[in-house]
Structures are given as C-alpha cells and as structure tokens.
Design a protein around this ligand. Sequence first.
Ligand SMILES: [Zn+2]
Ligand SMILES: [Zn+2]
Ligand SMILES: [Zn+2]
Length: 84
Amino acid sequence: MKVKIVQWHAVASWTWDAQDETCGICRMPFDGCCPDCKLPGDDCPLIWGQCNHAFHLHCILKWVNSQTSQAHCPMCRREWHFKD
Ligand SMILES: [Zn+2]
Ligand SMILES: [Zn+2]
Ligand SMILES: [Zn+2]
C-alpha cells in the first residue's frame, strides 16, 4: 500500500508586519528569504530603519557594508540607521 503525503504544505503560515511586500534590495518577497538564505523565518529576519523601510537583515547589512561612507536607505535615500 502506497502512502501519499497530502498535507505537504502544512507549514504554519506567518507574515512579517511590513508595509511593503518585497525587499527593496533583493526584490524578494518578505514572506520569503533573501537570496543568500534557503529558508525564510527567524534565520533571515527583517530589520527596520529609522525611516521605517524594512529589508532583509542580510540584504541591508550587505548594502551598508558596500557603502564607503554613511549608508543611505536604498528606498528613500535618507541616512540609514537601524531602528531600535
Ligand atoms: Zn532582501
Ligand atoms: Zn537571509
Ligand atoms: Zn527609507
């Protein structure tokens, strides 16, 4: 007798409380993960800046590290500061 897995998509559904639905840096949806990660969720969190734009943590870290001086938000060009 063959057993068929019917409930394959029985993963708990969750969404981040973000205004935009896609990351402005990698253009991947916030309910997915950044291109460097394989699984969405706690391992690939979202982070907000003081301008209230949200990005994948990994994406904005890469962006900030690629800037030679003060980093600016890729969306609104205001100075980027992590919201605490
Ligand atoms: Zn991203
Ligand atoms: Zn990631
Ligand atoms: Zn911004």
